[in-house]
Design a binder for this molecule. Structure first.
Ligand code: FAD
Length: 397
């Protein structure tokens, strides 16, 4: 199957060849032993192999491969956005384990670079790069998901602190988090979108209770979080007080955008390859309908790569991706959901029996189970369709 880095060759500056050679050499030397045995494990909403992935992340950090485009004082390399993307492409191509610090590294970090104060960046970014502090995203509530502006969690000023009361849900990796970035209503009298602020809240305090939820695949990836007079410092607001809507839109753009989609492409490619192998093992490759569906899955995967190229093109030309990120999110989430259904059809009755996640059949089953969440998080497919309808096609709300 063609390599993912074919795209990189088309887009990257010839001056970066030395950078890519050094990175490939490093990956070849270090992606060995247990790391090589667990190629491509994990994902942005997958808590499997946590310890191994953390060890890999800390190894990357020690060798200064993380957050390449971040300034040196924040632990980065002071490199270019192009080099950062090349890192993601090569890391995914090598099928290295996916780091566990994605909430801080891929979502909050870029938000702090864009909107955080100097003091916030100096306090938090180095610990994110070093994989020493982990973050949880507190946006969704039982009554506010797609309609995020309906959130009810309150933060009230009390001297030099904010006092927070309310409930968040579906917080990815919340049980591993040291800090939470939480959307709170700070002006209940203001119009819905104008009275919201993003607060940085220490997780380890009496007023914060984190309860893990077991997901359909048996993982304990996300959590409910209850705030009862929880406190944080008055200056730990990202951007302006009551200006949190602009900040959260940037975070969600990152969640649907460039660096989060690249690792998916590598694992999707591996999954199609495994499906072909599994279909051969069980004789499903002789079934003309299943064969045609597997071929279609591969064709659509190539289309997905082109969507990803377009998104990367926007990032490389210095634009913050807008509706391109919704198109890509919609395409990859529905493609992967359909792949999961194809996998179950290839498995037939065997798909109804629980398999150990570490064997080939178990891995196939986990594709089906985990892909159900992907049409929901980061904004559901219906919400992405609304964005495309309104902002790309100019249709009425
Ligand atoms: C694996 C996973 C991890 C997550 N991690 C986090 C996290 O770390 N932090 C966090 O804050 N949240 C997280 N979420 C929550 C996620 O952002 C929400 O589930 C999502 O925004 C949808 O909100 P909801 O579940 O309340 O569904 P609802 O908004 O109630 O939607 C229910 C259904 O109605 C549809 N719908 C709603 N509004 C419209 C509309 N205007 N037009 C058309 N259809 C509509 C939706 O598409 C959906 O099908 C996670 C979710 C999952 C599954």
């Amino acid at each position: 199957m063609p390599d993912l880095d074919a795209n990189a060759v088309r887009t990257h500056d010839p001056g970066d060849a030395g950078f890519v050679d050094e990175l490939r050499g490093w990956l070849a030397d270090h992606l060995v032993g247990d790391f090589a045995k667990h190629k491509g494990v994990g994902g942005i909403a997958d808590d499997s192999y946590w310890e191994l992935r953390l060890e890999w992340e800390r190894l990357l950090a020690r060798h200064r491969w993380l957050n390449i485009s971040w300034p040196l004082e924040y632990g980065g390399r002071g490199g270019t956005v192009q080099q950062e993307l090349l890192f993601h492409i090569e890391h995914a191509r090598a099928e290295a384990p996916y780091w566990v610090g994605s909430q801080g590294r891929d979502l909050l970090g870029p938000t702090l670079l864009q909107f955080g104060s100097d003091a916030q960046r100096a306090r938090f970014l180095p610990a994110i790069t070093a994989a020493e502090e982990f973050w949880g995203q507190g946006f969704s509530e039982p009554g506010a998901g797609s309609d995020l502006a309906g959130l009810a969690t309150r933060a009230e000023a009390d001297g030099d602190a904010w006092v927070i009361n309310g409930e968040k849900i579906w917080m990815t990796f919340g049980d591993h988090a040291d800090w939470l970035y939480v959307l709170c209503r700070t002006d209940p009298a203001a119009p819905r979108h104008r009275g919201i602020s993003m607060l940085l809240v220490p997780r380890h305090q009496d007023g914060v209770e984190v309860r893990p939820i077991t997901n359909i695949a048996g993982g304990r990836e996300f959590c409910e979080v209850f705030f009862t007079d929880a406190r944080t410092a008055r200056e730990l607001v990202v951007g302006e007080v009551n200006g949190g809507w602009k900040v959260v839109m940037a975070t969600l753009g990152n969640e649907r955008g460039g660096s989060t989609v690249l690792p998916f492409l590598a694992s999707f490619r591996r999954q199609v390859r495994q499906l072909v192998e599994y279909a051969r093992q069980v004789g499903a490759d002789q079934d003309p309908v299943l064969r045609a569906r597997i071929i279609k899955a591969w064709e659509d995967f190539r289309v997905l790569q082109l969507h990803s190229d377009r998104l990367l093109g926007a990032v490389l030309s210095g634009r913050h991706p807008g509706p391109e990120s919704s198109l890509t999110k919609l395409f990859w989430a529905t493609w992967h959901r359909d792949l999961g259904e194809l996998v179950m059809d290839v498995m037939g009755r065997d798909g109804l029996v629980w398999h150990d996640p570490s064997d080939l059949a178990g891995e196939q089953q986990r594709i089906f189970l985990n892909s159900r969440a992907e049409t929901i998080y980061g904004g559901t497919v219906e919400i992405q369709r609304n964005i495309i309808a309104e902002r790309v096609l100019g249709l009425p709300r």
